[in-house]
Design a protein around this ligand. Structure first.
Ligand code: SF4
Length: 275
């Protein structure tokens, strides 16, 4: 029997819940259209996706995803409001689940059962790198232990988990990236997202780059680390659901990417001739 495919309906909440600004991040540049999103807008957007979907519903798992902020760091009322706005679609089985991305140090244990009741199936953890010194310098303000603890906790409640990793971060080396891949494998998440670091406009990383304090990975270096990651994650049965930022009109707007190893088909490039 063919594996099910996923249809993700993304709802972007730029910087909602983010107490700190990670030095490489500029969500407003990437998702300007969804600012101040209301429950009614969310319902309309889901309806639009579902009513125009032409694939085989029996073979497709449809999830609504809240991305672009730190979901579990929002106040409880806002979290419940957002999840409830999706709930009617979940109850009527028009969607199969909800997912969101968040910081590893902001998992609220007392809300995990509520998430389950409201249809959350997958929680994606922004880990980026398993090195406390670098996490501190890039202003993540959490530790590698927070990543490990969060994933273990979420798995114990039966959530599917995903870890986001970034390669070529400032102050990091290839060894750091390889170490992070191996640490991720030890946690055995269901999925990973892999993001070679890009320098985006209006970020602290752009300032660092312009002052000569950061050298992005070259495309060759990026392919090297991606090939390692693809091999190791596939040996460990961990699905890679994304490589690189979503290649859309916002990312492609001239001036958005200041520097870094951008390529429209990075994953395909890395997989070429891989045995
Ligand atoms: S926590 Fe995520 S969304 Fe918030 S600033 Fe950092 S990378 Fe951006």
């Amino acid at each position: 029997m063919k594996a099910k495919r996923f249809l993700i309906i993304p709802i972007f909440l730029p910087f909602e819940g983010c107490e700190h600004r990670c030095i490489y991040c500029n969500q407003r540049l990437l998702h300007p259209e969804n600012i101040d999103i209301s429950p009614q807008n969310i319902k309309n957007k889901i309806y639009q996706y579902i009513s125009t979907y032409q694939g085989d519903r029996n073979r497709t798992e449809i999830e609504v995803a809240f991305y672009g902020g730190s979901f579990t760091a929002l106040n409880t009322e806002r979290q419940i409001q957002l999840l409830s706005s999706v709930n009617e679609y979940f109850q009527s089985k028009l969607i199969d689940g909800i997912r969101f991305s968040t910081r590893p140090d902001k998992i609220q244990k007392d809300l995990l059962k509520t998430y389950k009741k409201l249809g959350v199936s997958t929680i994606e953890i922004g880990g980026q790198i398993f090195n406390d010194n670098i996490l501190n310098k890039i202003k993540r303000n959490h530790t590698a232990k927070d990543i490990r603890d969060a994933v273990k906790e979420l798995k114990s409640y039966g959530f599917r988990t995903s870890i986001h990793l970034m390669f070529g971060l400032p102050f990091s080396s290839t060894q750091d990236d390889i170490f992070s891949i191996e640490e991720t494998i030890k946690l055995s998440p269901d999925f990973v997202r892999l993001h070679p670091t890009l320098v985006l406009k209006n970020t602290e990383l752009e300032q660092l780059y312009l002052k000569g304090g950061y050298k992005p990975l070259s495309l060759d270096q990026t392919i090297y680390i991606l090939r390692y990651a693809i091999k190791r994650f596939s040996q460990s049965d961990i699905k890679i659901i994304r490589v690189g930022l979503h290649n859309d009109e916002f990312l492609m707007k001239p001036g958005t990417i200041v520097a870094g190893p951008f390529h429209p088909s990075l994953k395909q490039l890395a997989m070429k001739d891989l045995d």
